[in-house]
Ligand binder design. Structure first.
Ligand SMILES: Nc1ncnc2c1ncn2[C@@H]1O[C@H](COP(=O)(O)OP(=O)(O)OP(=O)(O)O)[C@@H](O)[C@H]1O
Ligand SMILES: [Mg+2]
Length: 396
C-alpha cells in the first residue's frame, strides 16, 4: 500500500529505531523540520502518517489539534515523553495514536500496523462515498487585458499582497517571459528566474521550484521573467504548464501577470487558470478591445473563466460602467478606483498600495476583490464538506 511516513520535529531529534522498523516494512521515513515544508507534503498525499515530536516552538497538542482540523485525512501519532503520556488529551487533540519516547521495537511495530489498518479503513470509506479525502483549495488566476498599461502588473502584485494578508500562500508567475517586469513592482531583484529553472531542466523532477523564486516581505513569492529578453525562446508552453503544476504543490493561490498578446505560452497560462480577470478601463478603445477579448475567449472555450474588472473606475471622461457592461456583454465582477498618485507612487517605490495605503479607496477595493475571489473557494469547500457529511451519515 502507498503510504507516506513523515516525522516532524522542530528540535532536529533523531528517529533511528523508527526508521529501522519502517525500512523493514519497505517504508521510508521523511524528516521535516520546517512547518511550511510539512504543509507542502500534507497537501500532496492523502495517505500520510505523521509522527510529531515537537516541543520547542509549538505546543505538541495544539499543533496536533490544528493539523487534524485542517487535514482530517491525516493519521497523527504523537511522540510523548515517558512520564507525560496522556492518551486522552492526545485523542482529544485529534491524534490517532501515541507512542512513548522510549518505545521499543515491538511497540513501534504495533504502531505501524495500527496506522496501516486505519489508513486502509479510511481508503475503503473514501471508495464508498467516491469523494476524495483531500479538499483541494488551489486557485490559478490570470490577470489579463488587451491593451498594455491597463494595470495588470499593479493589480497582480496588490492582489497578491492582499491575499497574503488574508493568510493565503501566494505565488506570482510573471507571464510576460520576454519583457516581464513584475518583480520590479515589489522592488525585488531576482537572482534566479524561470529561465534558470528551465535551463537546469534535465533533472527538474528533483529540483524544488521554490529555490528559483524570489520572496517578498509580504509573504508573496515570485517566479520572475528571465533577466534577458532573448532568453524567452528557451521557455515553451510545456515548461509553463509544468511550472504551474509545481507551484500548485506549494502555493494555494497562483497569480499570473499576463501579456496582451495570446501566444502559445499565454494560451497555456489561460488554460491552466481557474479564473481570468480581464481588466478594462472606461476608455472607449479599451472597452471595445475588451469586447474582442471576451469573443476570443469564447472561441477558445475559455469564456466561462472570464471575470470583468473595471480598473480606474471613476476616472474623468470615461464611459458609464453600465454602458461598459453593455458594450462588453459581461457584468462587472469588481471595480478598482482611479487613484493616480497612489498607484503610480506605489509602482515607483515598489511597495504595494494595499500595504502602504491600506485605507485608501483603491486598497479597499483590492481587498474586496481578493475576498470575493476566495469566497468562491470557501463556498465550494463548504458544499463538498456538506456532501461528504451527508454521504458518511448514509453509509453508517
Ligand atoms: N487604479 C488606478 N488608478 C490610477 N492609475 C492606475 C490605476 N491602475 C493602474 N494605473 C496606472 O496605469 C499605469 C500602468 O499600470 P501597470 O504597469 O500596472 O499596467 P500593465 O498592464 O502591467 O502595463 P504593461 O503593459 O506595461 O505591462 C501605471 O502608470 C499606473 O499608475
Ligand atoms: Mg505589466
Amino acid at each position: 500500500m502507498e503510504m507516506q511516513w513523515l516525522f516532524y520535529s522542530d528540535t532536529n531529534a533523531r528517529a533511528d529505531m523508527l526508521e529501522e522498523c519502517l525500512e523493514k516494512r519497505d517504508y521510508k521515513l521523511k524528516r521535516v523540520t520546517y512547518l511550511d515544508r510539512l504543509f507542502d507534503h500534507l497537501k500532496k498525499d492523502p495517505n500520510v502518517v505523521l509522527l510529531i515530536k515537537a516541543n520547542k516552538v509549538y505546543n505538541v497538542y495544539q499543533l496536533c489539534e490544528e493539523l487534524s482540523a485542517k487535514y482530517p485525512h491525516l493519521h497523527i501519532v504523537l511522540m510523548i515523553p515517558d512520564n507525560m503520556e496522556n492518551a486522552k488529551k492526545a485523542m482529544k487533540a485529534g491524534a490517532s495514536n501515541t507512542i512513548r519516547f522510549s518505545a521499543d521495537k515491538d511497540e513501534i511495530r504495533e504502531m505501524i500496523v495500527h496506522a496501516e489498518k486505519n489508513i486502509q479503513h479510511r481508503m475503503r470509506q473514501a471508495d464508498v462515498t467516491g469523494i476524495p479525502l483531500i479538499a483541494i483549495d488551489q486557485r490559478v488566476v490570470s490577470i489579463s487585458s488587451t491593451k498594455g498599461g491597463a494595470g495588470r502588473s499593479s493589480v497582480t502584485v496588490n492582489l497578491a499582497a492582499a491575499l497574503a494578508e488574508q493568510g493565503q500562500r501566494v505565488a506570482v508567475l510573471d507571464g510576460d517571459i520576454q519583457f516581464g517586469d513584475t518583480a520590479m513592482y515589489l522592488n525585488l531583484k531576482p537572482k534566479k528566474t524561470i529561465y534558470e529553472w528551465v535551463k537546469e531542466g534535465d533533472n527538474r523532477a528533483e529540483l524544488d521550484i521554490d529555490q528559483f523564486m524570489t520572496k517578498h516581505d509580504s509573504g508573496v513569492s515570485i517566479l520572475a521573467a528571465p533577466s534577458r529578453p532573448e532568453f524567452f525562446e528557451m521557455i515553451t508552453a510545456a515548461d509553463i504548464q509544468y511550472a504551474i503544476e509545481e507551484l500548485k504543490n506549494i502555493y494555494q493561490v497562483i497569480l499570473i501577470d499576463n501579456t496582451a498578446a495570446i501566444s502559445e505560452v499565454q494560451l497555456q497560462c489561460l488554460k491552466a487558470s481557474d479564473e481570468i480577470l480581464v481588466l478594462s478601463n472606461g476608455e472607449l478603445p479599451c472597452v471595445r478591445n475588451t469586447r474582442l477579448y471576451f469573443d476570443t475567449l469564447e472561441s477558445l472555450q475559455l469564456s466561462h473563466k472570464a471575470k470583468l474588472v473595471h480598473n480606474r473606475s471613476g476616472k474623468k471622461g470615461a464611459i458609464d460602467p453600465k454602458k461598459m457592461e453593455e458594450v462588453i456583454g459581461a457584468s462587472i465582477f469588481a471595480s478598482l478606483s482611479e487613484q493616480e498618485a497612489i498607484v503610480s507612487g506605489s509602482i515607483q517605490e515598489g511597495v504595494p498600495y494595499v500595504t502602504s495605503h491600506p485605507r485608501k479607496p483603491v486598497a479597499k477595493d483590492m481587498k474586496a476583490l481578493a475576498a470575493k475571489l476566495m469566497a468562491g473557494t470557501e463556498e465550494k469547500e463548504q458544499k463538498a464538506e456538506k456532501k461528504k457529511k451527508k454521504m458518511m451519515a448514509k453509509a453508517q
